[in-house]
Design a protein. Structure first.
Length: 328
């Protein structure tokens, strides 16, 4: 019981509860059902990103290109769908997912085949994807999107005195992606291989783990999540803005490392990633409700990333006698 409370998930849960209590006292609108449902609707895309990114971090990599990959996918998907007459949800999700996986595998090929450090590869693809998108689109938004993508899909609506509190389709899609990622990491042999490779790549190679498959799946899964998240973003805002997701990658990275994932690989959970997104979302929402400048949120994100990097490298600075022993 004590170990569970001291875990990253337990600490985050306690922080979330404490923050909710504080904001419910300090503001009049935080604890309203409308605000809580709005938070869930707005953060569904970030949570889909986060559960994809946590797989890459557990595998010992890092990817900062997923947000612009999502922008590319949503733009290309909508353009192609409009050219063939509009399509439907099934075809749209299939197309977006396929394009996302393809972009994720581009990163995997460079990282595995050419042995390039993942951060360098994804900085390159970040700029490549975004540059191509802005050049070919000329930075113009798409307002002519399929009707099925434009129309709200309600999954739960609760009447209130003024209007209603409503959850929309992206929340359901988010739950599906969270569940699927949890099953893969926690209940399958592939999940154990991902953890094993992230913990000790050399030992994983010696034990016969297919490294190409592990890395291809990790970056491909993040690409899938990015593609689906991009389509959900277009559904939420009812348009496609080429740079709408630009810059979101650092917020997601901060949330995932808050949830217990480390930049060295081998650690992280889906629950931790989700709780990390929730905590940062509550902080951002609280700052807005309290009238505090949004730049304060960026300072918090930067501090989280710096602390995570420092913590992940702290072990190297310890004397050999103080370093934790590795099993096996």
């Amino acid at each position: 019981m004590r170990k569970a409370i001291a875990s990253p998930e337990g600490v985050l849960t306690a922080l979330i509860v404490a923050l909710c209590v504080f904001l419910s006292i300090a503001t009049d609108s935080f604890l309203s059902l409308q605000n809580l449902f709005d938070l869930l609707n707005n953060q569904s895309v970030n949570i889909i990103f986060a559960v994809g990114l946590v797989v890459v971090l557990i595998a010992g990599g890092i990817d900062i290109s997923f947000s612009v990959a999502a922008s590319v996918v949503q733009y290309v998907t909508v353009v192609l769908l409009m050219q063939i007459g509009g399509g439907n949800w099934a075809f749209g999700l299939l197309l977006a997912g396929t394009l996302g996986v393809a972009l994720g595998l581009v990163n995997a090929v460079f990282i595995h085949r050419f042995r390039i450090v993942s951060i360098i590869v994804t900085i390159g693809t970040f700029n490549l994807f975004f540059g191509l998108l802005m050049y070919l689109s000329r930075g113009r938004s798409l307002y002519d999107i399929p009707d099925w993508l434009y129309d709200r899909v309600t999954i739960l609506s609760i009447p209130l005195e003024r209007g209603s509190a409503t959850l929309y389709l992206p929340v359901l899609v988010m739950l599906v992606m969270v569940t699927a990622t949890w099953v893969i990491l926690s209940k399958t042999g592939l999940g154990r291989q991902i953890y094993g490779f992230g913990s000790n790549p050399d030992a994983a190679r010696r034990s016969g783990i297919n490294i190409a498959w592990v890395q291809g799946f990790a970056y491909g899964w993040l690409g899938l999540c990015a593609g689906i998240a991009g389509l959900m973003q277009a559904h939420i805002v009812r348009e496609v803005v080429p740079n709408a997701l630009y810059g979101r990658e650092l917020d997601i990275l901060a949330a995932v490392v808050l949830g217990g994932a480390v930049l060295g690989g081998g650690r992280g959970t889906v629950l931790g990633a989700v709780l990390g997104v929730v905590l940062l979302a509550l902080i951002q929402n609280g700052l807005n409700l309290l009238g505090i400048t949004p730049f304060a949120f960026k300072m918090i994100v930067g501090a989280v990333i710096l602390i995570a990097i420092t913590a992940s490298n702290a072990e190297r600075l310890l004397p050999e006698t103080l370093k934790p022993r590795k099993e096996g």
